[in-house]
Design a protein around this ligand. Structure first.
Ligand code: BDR
Ligand code: CA
Length: 334
C-alpha cells in the first residue's frame, strides 16, 4: 500500500479514559492495532478517582511499551459530585491482576489541553475517543472552540437507546457527568455513540477468556486476570454470565468499522429528570440525516451532511465473533 493511502486508513486517535478494566483493554487493543495510531492518553475521574485512573493508565502504557504521553484531566464532573464504579472495578480501579509499577511519570499539562493540541496539530485528521465521563472533552471544546471543526470524529462509549446500567435510564459514563455530555453533544462535530445496546452484544465468554490466557504472554496473562475479576463483579452486580467489555468497542469500531452497523439519529441528554438524569434520548426518526438508513461502519467527515449539530450516528449492532478475533489478534501482537 502506498504511504499516503496507509496514512488515510490509519486512524490517528487521542483516547480520553478512566481505567477501569475495559478502558485498560481498550488501550492495549489500540496499542496492538496497526489501523490505529494512538498519539496521547487523557485520564478523567470516573470508574475511580483521578489519581487512580491516571496511575492505571500509566501502568497499562508501561505494560504495552507505549511511547505516548498520559495527561491527567478533571478530578470531578462539571457540576455534580463524583460517583465511581468501585463495585465493578474494585478499589484500585484495576483490581484482579498483580499491579504493574509504572515506568513513567504523568505528562505535564491538563488532558483538555492534550486533546486540543492533538486535534489542532493535524486539523481534520484526529479522532477523539472517549471511554469515560466526558468532562475533559467538554472542557477542551470550551477551551479551544476551534477543535470542533478540526476534529475528524468523536467516538464515545456511553449512553444507550435501551436500558441504562446505573439507573434504568442512564449508562455510567453519561450518568456521572451529564452536563459534560450535553456540551459534547451540543457541538457540531461528528459524533458516533457506541452505547450499551451494542456493547452488550459483545460479551466475553469463558472460551474467549481462555484464548486470551492461552496467548502465553505477559499482556495475555494480565488481560486474562483483568477479565476474571471483571466477569465476577459483573456477574454479581448485574447477573450477566459473561461481561461486556464496553470501551474496547470504540477501538474496534475505528480499526474495523465494517464490524458495526450504525444509524443516523439525534442524541440528547436528559439533565433534569428525577428518575432519568443522564439518559441519552436517541431519535432515529428525526436525527440529522434521518432516512438515509443504516450503514456498515462509518467515516464521518465534518462536511458529510447533516443539520446544525453535525452528523450523529448511533451503533446498533456488532459482529461479535469478528470483534473478538480482532481483540485477540491485537493482544497477540503485544
Ligand atoms: C462504562 O462504565 C465504565 O464502568 C466502563 O469503563 C465503561 O466505560 C460502561 O457503562
Ligand atoms: Ca470507561
Amino acid at each position: 500500500m502506498a504511504g499516503d493511502e496507509e496514512d488515510r486508513l490509519t486512524r490517528r486517535i487521542v483516547l480520553d479514559c478512566d481505567p477501569g478494566h475495559d478502558d485498560a483493554i481498550a488501550i492495549l487493543v489500540a496499542a496492538g492495532s496497526p489501523e490505529v495510531d494512538l498519539v496521547g492518553i487523557g485520564t478523567v475521574a470516573g470508574n475511580q478517582t483521578l489519581d487512580k485512573t491516571t496511575r492505571n493508565a500509566l501502568a497499562v502504557a508501561t505494560l504495552a511499551g507505549l511511547d505516548v504521553p498520559v495527561h491527567a484531566g478533571c478530578a470531578r464532573p462539571i457540576l455534580r459530585s463524583l460517583t465511581n464504579a468501585a463495585s465493578i472495578h474494585g478499589e484500585t480501579g484495576l483490581d484482579g491482576p498483580t499491579p504493574i509499577e509504572p515506568d513513567r511519570e504523568v505528562a505535564r499539562g491538563h488532558a483538555a489541553h492534550l486533546i486540543a493540541e492533538a486535534v489542532l496539530a493535524r486539523p481534520g485528521e484526529t479522532t477523539i475517543v472517549a471511554t469515560g465521563p466526558l468532562t475533559n472533552l467538554a472542557l477542551a471544546a470550551r477551551l479551544e472552540p476551534a477543535i470542533v471543526s478540526a476534529t475528524r470524529e468523536v467516538v464515545v462509549m456511553g449512553g444507550a437507546y435501551g436500558r441504562g446500567n446505573v439507573t434504568p435510564a442512564a449508562e455510567f459514563n453519561i450518568h456521572v457527568d451529564p452536563e459534560a455530555a450535553a456540551v459534547v453533544l451540543g457541538e457540531p462535530w461528528p459524533v458516533t455513540m457506541i452505547g450499551l445496546d451494542v456493547t452488550h452484544q459483545a460479551l466475553c465468554s469463558a472460551a474467549t477468556r481462555r484464548r486470551i490466557a492461552g496467548l502465553g504472554s505477559t499482556v495475555g496473562d494480565f488481560v486474562a486476570a483483568l477479565l476474571d475479576y471483571y466477569a465476577g463483579t459483573n456477574r454479581r452486580r448485574s447477573g450477566m454470565p459473561d461481561p461486556p467489555v464496553h470501551d474496547v468497542c470504540t477501538i474496534a469500531y475505528l480499526a474495523a468499522p465494517g464490524l458495526f452497523e450504525t444509524r443516523p439519529a439525534s442524541v440528547e441528554v436528559e439533565l433534569h429528570g428525577t428518575l432519568s438524569a443522564g439518559m441519552t434520548v436517541v431519535d432515529f426518526d428525526h436525527g440529522p440525516d434521518a432516512g438515509s438508513g443504516s450503514e456498515h461502519g462509518s467515516d464521518l467527515a465534518p462536511d458529510s451532511g447533516s443539520g446544525a449539530l453535525g452528523p450523529r450516528r448511533v451503533a446498533t449492532s456488532i459482529d461479535s465473533p469478528g470483534f473478538w478475533a480482532l481483540v485477540v489478534e491485537a493482544l497477540a501482537r503485544l
